[in-house]
Design a protein around this ligand. Structure first.
Ligand code: ATP
Length: 237
């Protein structure tokens, strides 16, 4: 049984149908990526899975249980964390305070402290600047903080929405290396990316979204070598 199953999901904003019948699954330990152009429905899909949007129809099953209609905070409590597009860190709070917000559902003080230590080991810059306002971090560092905060609830599935958005090539590589590192420790990840090359290079499975539908699915390497994907998403002639 897959950890996450999405069945025939339809989501609309008023009359605009943003997601028109999407189905896919994520197995435990896998990295699955959704790629596609602006407006294809990737963010809408993630926001619906995490309970922030209500689908018009279809079902989301997490760990064998339907979660469609379950409030977003309960979905987090079940182990599904979402690092949103645009990061949404709290700029006036310190880096450490931002991290601790990610653990707000936990009561195990020692475990939380250990996980803060792990976050600083993974992202040393966050540790060095733990007492500074998070708004002083660069865009890439804020992305690290958003990922580290999502990990603080010890998720069984981590959803990352465009982690490389707006980053310099060096920062982007660092973020992708971190995702690779999380993958190697067995973290299950659903990754939304416009950078198809980077996402497909580390994904076990990929789905290409086009105006609300899955146009093509396959393993990361097979999509990376697919002629149509190369032309449309990797900018090759
Ligand atoms: P991007 O990479 O630009 O975020 P995306 O693939 O994540 O693209 P979505 O943000 O899910 O796409 O948008 C899918 C469609 O839904 C688009 O046509 C978009 O204009 C529309 N849409 C998104 N949010 C809203 C909203 N709050 N109200 C109305 N329409 C919306």
């Amino acid at each position: 049984m897959a950890l996450l199953e999405v069945h025939d999901l339809h989501v609309a904003y008023g009359k605009i149908e943003a997601v028109k019948g999407i189905s896919f699954s994520v197995e435990e330990g896998q990295v699955v990526t959704l790629i596609g152009t602006n407006g294809a429905g990737k963010t809408t899909t993630l926001r619906t899975i995490s309970g922030l949007l209500k689908p018009a129809s279809g079902q989301v099953v997490f760990d064998g249980k339907p979660i469609t209609g379950v409030p977003a905070h309960d979905i987090v409590a079940r182990g599904l964390a979402h690092s949103p597009e645009g990061r949404h860190i709290f700029p006036r709070m310190t880096i450490e305070e931002n991290l601790l917000l990610g653990a707000y559902l936990r009561k195990d003080g020692d475990g939380i402290a250990a996980d803060v230590g792990k976050a600083y080991a993974m992202f040393p810059i966050l540790g060095e600047r733990r007492s500074q306002a998070a708004g002083t971090l660069s865009g890439g560092e804020q992305q690290m903080l958003a990922m580290a905060r999502a990990l603080m609830c010890q998720p069984r599935l981590l959803m990352l929405d465009e982690p490389s958005m707006g980053l310099s090539p060096i920062m982007m590589k660092q973020i992708m290396d971190t995702i690779q590192e999380l993958k190697s420790t067995g973290t299950t990840i659903l990754l939304v990316e416009q950078n198809a090359q980077a996402a497909l290079s580390l994904a076990d499975q990929g789905h290409v979204l086009e105006v609300g539908r899955i146009a093509l699915s396959g393993s990361g390497p097979s999509l990376l070598h697919d002629e149509q994907v190369r032309k449309t998403y990797l900018g090759e002639e």
